[in-house]
Design a protein. Structure first.
Length: 286
């Protein structure tokens, strides 16, 4: 593992801040609303609630959460990236300890407000972690492993796990809180989708007089290849070349800016890519 003091210090600060926000969210929104988020957090809260309600035993959040994250952390170290997993472990440990230490603080008892704003805060925290090369743990490790290493759409797997957690919570403690938990997860997913774009793809069609130069620039910026299509302009009836490429959403602006610098008359069309088959380079986690 190679360390960059300035960059790693920045990552650590963001992860610590995210840990505080995650713990506050759990004790302010999740616990107040008796919600059951998805993943390891939701399963930890569910296990805690089962012990409290049926056995009158208070089990620390830290003990359960660290145990549930043991196997996902192994997957992270083994297959995803050592630094990525190390910083994720920092996130998991700090969040767990703070969740046990921070007292419950009630902002509102309105369950709908709790579900929406708690979910939004959860999505923000997860996005912060992913942007600096870490994760909040649990199913995030499994999702990244399946997406990057196996080329498997992990959405159905994670969704299935969340459905199981919510179903158990609904059967044991009432379906109203379980259904509000779905609102929580939906709000979290929407924020995450808006803020973190690493796995979102965009298709680019660039009409240009300098296709080779733009193709070279696309490769330099994104490490993705491109295809040059020959065409004919319908208005001027002259030959035109179209550069076709698929890049990550967060790379689009830089690619288009360089394309316009190379050819100020270039015309570009950006489209959302819904599905992709074949090899697509994804920058590995460290």
């Amino acid at each position: 593992m190679k360390f960059d003091l300035k960059q790693d210090a920045k990552r650590l600060v963001v992860i610590c801040l995210a840990s505080v926000l995650m713990a506050v969210n759990i004790k302010t929104f999740v616990r107040t609303g008796d919600l059951y988020p998805g993943g390891a957090t939701g399963l930890t809260v569910l296990i805690q609630t089962i012990f409290e309600r049926f056995f009158s035993i208070t089990v620390p959040y830290t003990a359960i959460n660290l145990l549930l994250n043991a196997f996902p952390v192994y997957i992270g170290f083994r297959f995803i990236g050592k630094k990525f997993t190390l910083y994720s472990c920092v996130m998991i440990v700090i969040t767990s300890v703070l969740t046990d230490i921070i007292p419950v603080h009630v902002i509102t008892y309105d369950i709908l407000l709790i579900s929406i704003f708690g979910g939004m805060l959860n999505g923000l925290v997860i996005s912060m972690c992913l942007m600096v090369g870490a994760t909040s743990g649990g199913t995030d490790f499994i999702s990244i492993y399946l997406s990057e290493k196996k080329g498997v759409d992990s959405w159905n797997l994670i969704l299935g796990l969340n459905v199981v957690i919510i179903s158990i919570a609904g059967a044991l403690f009432g379906w109203d809180k379980a259904l509000y938990s779905i609102i929580y997860q939906y709000a979290s997913t929407q924020v995450l989708h808006a803020l973190y774009t690493r796995y979102q793809k965009r298709t680019l069609f660039i009409v240009t007089k300098k296709p080779e130069e733009i193709c070279d620039e696309i490769y330099a910026i994104t490490n993705h290849g491109a295809t040059i299509l020959e065409g004919k302009g319908s208005y001027e009836h002259c030959e035109r070349n179209v550069v076709y490429s698929i890049v990550s959403k967060d790379e689009v602006k830089q690619v288009l800016r360089r394309a316009r610098e190379i050819d100020q008359d270039a015309f570009a069309n950006e489209m959302k890519t819904e599905g992709l088959a074949g090899r697509f380079y994804q920058k590995p986690n460290d």
